[in-house]
Design a protein around this ligand. Sequence first.
Ligand SMILES: Nc1ncnc2c1ncn2[C@@H]1O[C@H](COP(=O)(O)OP(=O)(O)OP(=O)(O)O)[C@@H](O)[C@H]1O
Length: 254
Amino acid sequence: MPQPQPTPTRPPQTAAAVQLDAVTKHFPNGPDVTVALDAVTLTIAPGTFTAVMGPSGSGKSTFLNCAAGLERPTSGTVRIAGRDLGALRPDDVTRVRRDHVGFVFQGYDLVPHLTVAENVALPVTLAGRHVAAGRVRSLLGSVGLDGLQRRLPAELSGGQAQRVAIARALVTEPDVVFADEPTGALDVRAAEQVLTLLRSAVDDLGRTLVLVTHDPRAAERADEVVFLADGRVQDRLPRSGAHEIASRLLDLGR
Ligand SMILES: Nc1ncnc2c1ncn2[C@@H]1O[C@H](COP(=O)(O)OP(=O)(O)OP(=O)(O)O)[C@@H](O)[C@H]1O
């Protein structure tokens, strides 16, 4: 008689790049509680670009911080690449973030005394690994910054600094890139360049992008726009023009 074979252990199935189930986040507010997120359930498919919009105070940054594993929800579950962050020890959450997630923020967040090349390599060097100089050069080339690797952040324009931040977010080949208002401080032309780069990270590299923005022109590049209001998902819109997105946003405020 053939013996039954043991079931092979498989890595977790990752039909979703990011999965939020009933995620709630409360903040103490004097004697009261602010409900920043209220039972948010959302699946973000791999290789897609999702824009998150909503009025000020609607919970966008809290959503991003919880979805990226930077903040722990009060209740509910967040999965990145199939890993339930709430079930992991803090060190393991850090490892999931390091291995699977890249970040781009409005303020670029470059280290001022490190060169452009050192800033790009930082997520890898912080993890105790080495990144080949050629890889950093080619990433800088792909964001249009050939030849700037020895500059310091203070010697860059805002658009250049944000492109360095994008190269840094991509250096670990993350599954998901979270971006919080990455074009908020840029003029129209630099913003267009940054959005084109982020879009191509999705289309050409297969990354998943989750972008918080107030700008309908940024959101019109997304495959889906998720509208938050009062900490809840109020509306979703498949790829749409800036006018349609702006009018949905206005409707939320009514
Ligand atoms: N650390 C905190 N402590 C207390 N309350 C907080 C904290 N962070 C956020 N909040 C509150 O949670 C709610 C959601 O805030 P959040 O920053 O997520 O909104 P947002 O949509 O990103 O706003 P904005 O567009 O103005 O940046 C707000 O009422 C805010 O005051």
